[in-house]
Design a protein around this ligand. Structure first.
Ligand SMILES: [Zn+2]
Length: 61
C-alpha cells in the first residue's frame, strides 16, 4: 500500500474495513502476512468514515 500517514508520515498503514466482511476476506486477513494490513470496524457506516489506519501512531484518515 502506498499510503502515507498525514500525522507521522509513516508507511505502516492498514486499511479499515467497514461493515461485515465476507468469509474469503476473513481467511485472507488471518494470514500472517496480512495481519497489519486491515482493521475491522463496525457495521455502522456514516459515509464520512476514515479509510486508513496508521499502525505507527494510530491516526485514522
Ligand atoms: Zn502515523
Amino acid at each position: 500500500m502506498n499510503k502515507i500517514c498525514p500525522n507521522c508520515e509513516g508507511k505502516n498503514i492498514a486499511q479499515l474495513i467497514w461493515g461485515l466482511p465476507n468469509h474469503k476476506f476473513l481467511e485472507e486477513m488471518d494470514e500472517e502476512k496480512n495481519k497489519d494490513k486491515y482493521q475491522l470496524r463496525g457495521c455502522i457506516v456514516s459515509g464520512d468514515d476514515p479509510e486508513f489506519y496508521c499502525n505507527d501512531c494510530g491516526e485514522e484518515f
